[in-house]
Design a protein around this ligand. Structure first.
Ligand code: NAD
Length: 245
């Protein structure tokens, strides 16, 4: 049983899908949890569920692609919670298309939302975590950041970039007992994968023959957020039913 009693966490993109499950799993393990998103109203069902579990919850409005929003999110968090024990960089988007048709704006949006946001949040988390001499940073990347995917130049570049960032920060922060790891989901049933065409063909390539659930990712995050992973840093844990091995 993982016990995160009295720990504090920030999960970006916590309104739905994987982020919502991560936030609730952390709360179930005893953690007080802040969730952020672009629209406060969409965070309410997550914070209600965290409070129903008897934990402290905080909803923070933040577009993670914007430096000022991220700085304000950390200020809000640290006004309410004394320390940040766990940061989960989960917010992400896709804007798919073959590179010959990909617009510069679609490249920029995806890189800013997925990769620049992770840089901004890790930079803000560094100071309080270094002061506390402990912390767990978990970046939600993707298996396509490891193997590429036709039609996702922007997304795969952002997710591969997150992996490089994870390894560099693991090296920079290790002496302060801050672990930095990534979770690389395969196909997980959320709004992001809802509109994918030809899911039967995709499932045929997964040894476990199904899409994963958001809770499959939340379980991996829980492990990386806990003392069970204290000697693990700079790693990418794929959670994909065997798709990439
Ligand atoms: N679903 C999958 O199969 C899959 C696979 C690999 C990786 N991932 C990654 O997992 C993470 C969660 O994805 P999901 O499937 O739950 O998708 P989702 O679309 O259901 O949720 C994404 C969340 O990010 C938030 N978000 C998007 N842009 C934001 C911004 N600029 N500022 C703040 N919040 C923002 C959304 O509001 C939402 O809460 C993403 O990083 C995604 O790339 C998902």
């Amino acid at each position: 049983m993982i016990d995160l009693s009295n720990k504090t966490a920030l999960v970006t993109g916590g309104s739905r899908g994987i982020g919502r499950d991560i936030a609730i799993s952390l709360a179930q393990a005893g953690c007080n949890v802040a969730v952020s998103g672009r629209d406060l109203d969409t965070l309410k069902s997550t914070t209600d569920e965290i409070e129903n579990l008897g934990r402290k919850a905080l909803a923070i409005r933040c577009d993670v692609a914007k430096e000022n929003d991220v700085a304000e999110m950390f200020r809000n968090f640290l006004e309410v919670f004394p320390v940040m024990d766990i940061l989960v960089n989960n917010a992400g988007i896709t804007k798919d298309g073959l590179i010959v048709r990909m617009k510069e704006a679609d490249w920029d949006d995806v890189i800013d939302t997925n990769l620049k946001s992770t840089f901004l949040c890790c930079k803000e988390a560094a100071r309080p975590m270094m002061k506390a001499r402990c912390g767990k940073i978990i970046n939600i990347t993707s298996v396509v950041g490891l193997i590429g995917n036709a039609g996702q130049a922007n997304y795969t570049a952002s997710k591969a970039g997150m992996i490089g960032l994870t390894k560099t920060l693991a090296r920079e922060f290790a002496s302060r007992s801050i672990n930095v790891n990534a979770v690389a989901p395969g196909f997980i049933a959320t709004a992001m994968t809802e509109k994918l065409p030809d899911t039967e063909r995709l499932i045929a390539n997964i040894p476990m023959a199904r899409f994963g659930k958001p809770s499959d990712i939340a379980n991996a995050v829980l492990f990386l957020a806990s003392p069970l992973s204290d000697y693990i840093t700079g790693q990418v844990l794929t959670v994909d039913g065997g798709l990439v091995m």
